[in-house]
Design a protein around this ligand. Structure first.
Ligand SMILES: Cc1cc2nc3c(=O)[nH]c(=O)nc-3n(C[C@H](O)[C@H](O)[C@H](O)COP(=O)(O)O)c2cc1C
Length: 201
């Protein structure tokens, strides 16, 4: 069982999504020696923004020497994703969406013929069978039914994106309202940790 663990928070050890993604991975590994973990920290080792040079490289065009290592890093990121059975992603809400580091990673995964393809019937996801668990953290509250639910371009985007890749098994372990005081923050994190343990059982 291959598990890919990805973090994207820029906040280092103070990061809520990092605490939750680590908790989720630990719970999934507990008592399962067959789980093989690959870890990628998109803040410590960011992928570059997608450029015409990257797209050209996918078509076999010559790659500028300065771009080669980033093109190679993107290929490795895609291979890790394709090989994984389970993907656990620490994904905070930044400015109502996701961190740009996480978007840069997604831009390297969205490769026609690898994660999706278009045919006569429209788009077809090629990654069905994978399980994705998102460790989501956000300062405010955006859950369905709340007045600010329409401002959620983080979880809704990630669900749509992985759905486009053919992945229907997408689960969120969520700590929200973490900017609404120390008690609210502590409770949100505790509840999300409990949810992670429940999900892994
Ligand atoms: C750059 C930045 C942008 C943020 N934007 C939002 C936002 O739009 N809405 C929100 O509710 N919280 C926002 N927050 C608060 C974070 O979602 C919250 O602190 C969360 O815990 C971040 O996850 P992390 O601790 O793993 O980085 C923002 C925080 C940062 C650092």
């Amino acid at each position: 069982m291959k598990l890919l663990h990805v973090d994207s928070s820029i906040l280092g050890h103070g990061s809520v999504s990092r605490i939750l993604s680590a908790e989720m991975v630990a719970a999934l590994k507990a008592g399962r020696p067959d789980v093989e973990v690959t870890y990628r920290d998109l803040s410590a080792e960011p992928l570059g923004h997608l450029t015409a040079g990257h797209l050209g490289a996918l078509q076999g065009a010559p790659v500028d020497a300065g771009l080669q290592s980033d093109v190679d890093a993107g290929k490795t990121a895609l291979e890790e994703f394709l090989a994984a059975d389970i993907v656990v992603i620490g994904a905070p809400m930044y400015n109502f969406g996701i961190p740009s580091q996480l978007k840069a990673w997604i831009d390297r995964l969205a490769v026609a013929g690898k994660t999706f393809r278009y045919g006569a019937m429209g788009p077809e996801g090629l990654c069905g069978g994978k399980k994705v668990i998102i460790a989501s953290s956000r300062g405010g509250v955006f859950s369905a039914g709340t007045p600010t639910a329409a401002f959620d371009f983080q979880e809704t985007y990630l669900r749509a994106l992985f759905g486009f890749f053919g992945i229907t098994d997408v689960t969120f372990v969520r700590a929200e309202g973490v900017a609404m005081g120390p008690e609210a923050r502590a409770k949100a994190i505790d509840d999300a940790k409990t949810e992670a343990t429940r999900l892994a059982a």
